[in-house]
Design a protein around this ligand. Structure first.
Ligand code: URP
Ligand code: ZN
Ligand code: ZN
Length: 461
């Protein structure tokens, strides 16, 4: 099967030029100014960008959490991702107490098997790591699960202590793996939550007021200090505020291999969303919470100057009806998380490139190339080059769209960005050379997506 993309403007993290591109057997086989050969399918990309498919390294499909389960499974969530120009997700498998890491992995393999519309990989969330289990980390790395998330938050559920973090860092880095850190001081947060509830403060806004930026900054600083002691890299997930970013900048300035992602919700939304009437603030209950607006421009600067390397979504949707409503009388019972996998590429293009904050190469880098490098998928994914997988997005940089739950494809009854007009729209999406989104329709088949065995941690810069 030969597919020819003609007349596009090819943009990678470093290139920007007009050329034709030939795809054979799922891979890019030729790039030239003009390619005139017979092909089974010809796509005209005139006036459009041809960019590497987005890589979202932080999603939670079908995650049991907060007494319910995230509302997108691997079928609905990956179709929605594809509509938004994302062609690879890295989801989080969860090890529960007493489970072997391989047992946990099998559960997530079963959740994804035969369902995904795009390629997927897994990180492993570790919650129970006695010394006897540490060799399992190296075993998973050999199986292509090369990154591990640890939590400093959620005592009694996910939290692991500093000794465990230090040992996991040492073990993972010896084998070329990477520790991803949920960096919030969950012990202090627990005290604040209990105090708030005892005083009758139960509304959604107290989720944010009991998780101060200082708690995140303390966790971030501690994670980086532990990484320095363990002589290991560390990747801070869902960084939300300037207090934490300063810790990353300080660590990087001191030569510690600290990396971090932020998410669209922290770049576009702010604390005031919790003040919405009628319990609507619950839609924005996610962890870390939305912060005061002045943090947003600092995060954009972090992306521009490479103190932040990646924009992920932390896509973890729960419907407002019946799921978020579980916490009507108690904010601590609102399932934590929000939807976003479909909106990331357009939001970051609009806020970043159209907004004049980053250039188009940096847009590709933070949404695709850097996650591919950090998480061991490059150069198979994350770029447009001969021999790379033909995960390609044809993107119209001038078309506008209005984000709405009425038109999105995520299986969730609200959008965090309802009514927002953005410029930059995904038009056609190819996953390993197969067209999966065309003319506003999903045209793939269930189970097209394959599990990706990832390579070792690869420092991007
Ligand atoms: O609120 C969030 N972020 N839910 C998903 C779990 C996590 O901590 O990433
Ligand atoms: Zn987290
Ligand atoms: Zn998450």
């Amino acid at each position: 099967m030969k597919t020819l993309i003609k007349n596009g403007r090819i943009i990678t993290a470093v290139d920007d030029y007009n050329a034709d591109l030939l795809i054979e057997d799922g891979q890019i086989s030729m790039i030239a100014r003009t390619i005139d050969i017979e092909a089974d399918k010809i796509i005209d990309a005139s006036n459009r960008y041809v960019i590497p498919g987005g890589i979202d390294p932080h999603t939670h499909m079908d995650l049991p959490f907060g007494g319910t389960s995230s509302s997108d499974d691997f079928r609905t969530g990956t179709i929605a991702a594809a509509f938004g120009g994302t062609t690879t997700i890295i989801d989080f498998a969860v090890q529960y107490h007493g489970q072997a890491l391989n047992q946990a992995l099998d559960v997530w393999f079963a959740k994804a098997e035969g369902k995904a519309a795009i390629d997927y990989a897994f990180h492993m969330i570790c919650t129970d790591l006695p010394d006897s289990r540490l060799p399992e980390i190296k075993d998973l790395i050999r199986q292509g699960i090369t990154s591990f998330k640890l939590f400093m938050a959620y005592p009694g559920v996910f939290l692991v202590d500093d000794g465990t973090i230090f040992k996991a860092m040492t073990t993972a880095s010896e084998a070329g793996g990477l520790i991803c850190m949920h960096a919030e001081n969950g012990v202090v947060i627990d005290v604040l939550v209990k105090r708030a509830l005892a005083e009758g403060r139960t509304a959604p806004k107290y989720h944010a007021l009991t998780r101060p930026t200082k708690a995140e900054a303390e966790g971030t600083g501690r994670a980086i200090a532990l990484a320095e002691m363990a002589n290991s890299p560390v990747y801070i997930v869902h960084l939300s505020c300037y207090d934490s970013l300063r810790k990353v900048i300080e660590g990087r300035d001191n030569g510690i291999p600290a990396y971090a992602e932020t998410c669209p919700q922290y770049l576009f939304l702010d604390y005031s969303y919790y003040e919405k009437p009628e319990f609507e603030g619950a839609k924005f209950v996610m962890t870390p919470p939305l912060r005061d607006k002045e943090n947003q421009e600092k995060l954009w600067q972090g992306l521009k100057f490479n103190d932040l390397q990646v924009v992920s979504t932390d896509h973890c949707p729960f419907c407002f009806k019946e799921q978020k409503e579980l916490g009507r009388d108690d904010f601590s019972k609102i399932p934590n998380g929000g939807p976003g996998v479909e909106n990331r590429m357009s939001l970051i293009f609009n806020g970043g490139v159209v907004g004049g904050r980053i250039n188009v190469n940096r847009f590709v880098e933070i949404t695709s190339t850097a996650p591919a490098k950090i998480f061991g998928l490059f150069p198979r994914k994350g770029t447009i080059a001969v021999g790379s997988d033909a995960d390609i997005v044809i993107f119209d940089p001038n078309e506008e769209m209005v984000i709405s739950a009425a038109t999105h494809h995520m299986n969730v009854d609200y959008s965090c960005y309802e009514g927002m007009t953005i410029r930059g729209v995904t038009k056609t999406v190819l996953s390993r050379g197969k067209v999966v989104i065309e003319n506003g329709l999903y045209v793939g088949s269930q189970g097209d997506g394959q599990f990706l065995k990832r390579g070792l941690f690869n420092s991007p810069k």
